[in-house]
Ligand binder design. Sequence first.
Ligand code: PAF
Length: 286
Amino acid sequence: MLVCAETAPLRQQLAAWRRAGDRIAFVPTMGNLHAGHLRLVEVARQQAERVVVSIFVNPLQFAAGEDLAAYPRTPAEDASALELAGVDLLFLPAEELIYPHGRKAICRVTVPPELGEILCGASRPGHFDGVATVVCKLFNLVQPDLACLGRKDYQQLRVLQRMVRDLNIPVRLLGVDTVREADGLAMSSRNAYLTPEQRQQAPALYRTLQRLAGRLQAGEQDFAALQAEGMRLLEEAGLRPDYVSIRCRGDLRPAVTGDTELVILAAAYLGRARLIDNLRLALSGG
Ligand code: PAF
């Protein structure tokens, strides 16, 4: 596995692969890799001859007071795991490469508020602009044929799909299913913040989504009541819910009676961790 921290060797290697006719799949990450990331790499390997992974803890997507300094960083373990997973190139840009004029003086991607300021964006101001900006830059640096992104960050996936479409970025985005622990908890780097006791409480997030999905499948259509019920279930389990929301899968607008392609999204605080998860479901129409 080649490791690059600079643009010139990265571009040189990518150009050589392209000349040889190899397709390039890209997996952007913030490191502290777990089985969910390795699944993204596995899917990337099935889709292209060459796989590039980036690790960059992006300061622009952390709101003031969030866990940027504490975000888990495990570079040696990450590099070994990626090598073992058959990654061809690990891109490790320094902050100066990504933000050469500093974090503030940078041309940015602005996500439309109806997509970027709802759900997680409502409690994490500027988060999705930060994500879109860094991913746009990484796409320009790597110029991949396709990129693999986890469906656990469902709103992020929708934001990036919108960015790619609106800015005509020639990359195919592939959403990859969430990898879960045996008890249903979605894998996340932030699970490391949980104490053993909180770790026991955390699967309540997924259980709540499953419970609401069951009620929707059974024909309940009072979305507001179901959302309130979800908030109550999370509180009862000892979590501090941020939101539970039933939305249309495609554009994330609030679901109304008759919508059939749905996603239930939830976020909740548990100790130092902010956990997110979602469940997609299709109701049989009419
Ligand atoms: O999902 C993540 O790990 C990050 O938001 C991403 C896409 C790598 C951008 O920093």
